[in-house]
Design a protein around this ligand. Sequence first.
Ligand code: NAD
Ligand code: IPM
Ligand code: MN
Length: 336
Amino acid sequence: MAHQVAVIGGDGIGPEVVAEALKVVAAAGVELATTDFELGGARYLRDGTVLPDEVLDELRAFDAILLGAVGTPEVPPGVIERGLLLKMRFALDQYVNQRPFTEPAKGIDMVVIRENTEGTYAGEGGFLRHGTPHEVATQGSVNTRMGVERCVRYAFDLAQQRRGHLTLVHKTNVLTYAGDLWQRTFDEVAAEFPDVETAYNHVDAACIYFVQDPGRYDVIVTDNLFGDILTDLGGAVSGGIGLASSGNLNPDRTSPSMFEPVHGSAPDIAGQKKANPLAAILSAALMLDLLDEGAAADRIRTACAAVAAQLDPSGASDGPRPTTTPEIGDAVADLL
Ligand code: NAD
Ligand code: IPM
Ligand code: MN
């Protein structure tokens, strides 16, 4: 039976790259029964709604959700991002954000496991004396033992299935409460995985190693905000943000997982067929892994790697290079 997939194209380049992802999945021979949801900036500007609870409940019935990107300059920052993306991640308890990065030429083969339901993303905030010279803005961070532990345990499990190395990234030298909870939890769970070698990096130093020595990493586990920032950097050092894929996972399968590129709606290039759809295509491959279509997912990854090599201006590839968004999608589909 066809997999039931909810599709949210979203804003900017989102619908452009999702169309290519669906084209490629079809070319790989996987049948999806898709339902489009019109969510994002256009809907909000039309009727003021972002993600009504009834729509959220409809989404719960699907096997997976595929999303392009959301957010547009016409809507104040946070309205769509929090009201749609974070609402789904939180309500569907997608507590792991898995973001893989590979770049063979640089020896990069790593996965960032970003905690996806807590941290500063979930903290209370507020203003005191708003708009006065003595204004104070606060934005807290939530770190629960249960939330940290389930994410850390997932990361150990993954490291055990890969090369057996896990790095905790945090800022324990300054964030002495949250950092302490993360470090203690990490150390306690480590005792259950004696065959996984562990390391710790402060997040600022991790930025250096991402650029200068990324080959040192296998799996990284980190909090929500550090994971957000590090994964744009991860994309930038491994072929560009146009290649970076992600899965917002509910490992307990109590509700659907959501798959989306790491990048945003890129208003600067929207509507110009300039967006690289490989990140969305690779996100769809992660979705196929979850839908037990791993063989098709692997074929898609192989085809994407070949097309990424064609796109690399410094690469040895000769012959015509695909340039527009649909040409890149076609090039991947043609290899399947
Ligand atoms: P962005 O990722 O949209 O763009 C950053 C830069 O990367 C831009 O120069 C853009 O042109 C480029 N870029 C991004 N994706 C690309 C692709 N596939 N191919 C080629 N170039 C690409 O980040 P931003 O500009 O900070 O944010 C724009 C909007 O997107 C904001 O509203 C933001 O909140 C939102 N956003 C959404 C998501 C999401 O839906 N998951 C993620 C990040 C940002
Ligand atoms: C991402 C994005 C989101 C995040 C925003 C749009 C809420 O940057 O998926 O990386 O910060 O998680
Ligand atoms: Mn981000």
